[in-house]
Write a protein of this length. Structure first.
Length: 124
């Protein structure tokens, strides 16, 4: 169940952060409660997954994937150009998330998926 909580926490944070850009200053008063509820939801679900995942791994993956998703949304929805440094940085974040999920002591959802794949393909 912690995997679902983790996923919801990441998506809630990404939706709230995306709303910061999507809503202009004119609509600030209207959108503020919505953003607060999304950020609140993100922290609530993050706290639920901390019952089974270490805080370091949970936060690293949460913030790392959030950063990658926000960057991709910026590139696609707002036509923000990614330079070479941004692409390399995003690649390093993805690599870091993979390392944490696969090799960290308590691992994460990705490690479970990879192990399941290895068992079904006869490699584990």
């Amino acid at each position: 169940m912690h995997k679902i909580h983790w996923f919801v926490a990441i998506l809630s944070e990404v939706m709230a952060t995306t709303a910061l850009k999507a809503v202009g200053v004119i609509h600030e008063a209207v959108s503020q409660p919505d953003r607060h509820s999304r950020y609140g939801s993100a922290f609530y679900f993050l706290s639920l997954c901390l019952e089974t995942i270490s805080i370091g791994a949970a936060y690293a993956v949460w913030s790392g994937l959030g950063t990658v998703l926000i960057t991709l949304i910026g590139a696609v929805a707002y036509k923000q150009v990614l330079d070479v440094a941004a692409v390399v940085g995003i690649g390093l974040i993805v690599l870091g998330v993979l390392v944490l999920n696969v090799f960290f002591q308590d691992g994460g959802p990705l490690r479970d998926i990879l192990r399941s794949y290895a068992r079904t393909s006869g490699n584990g």
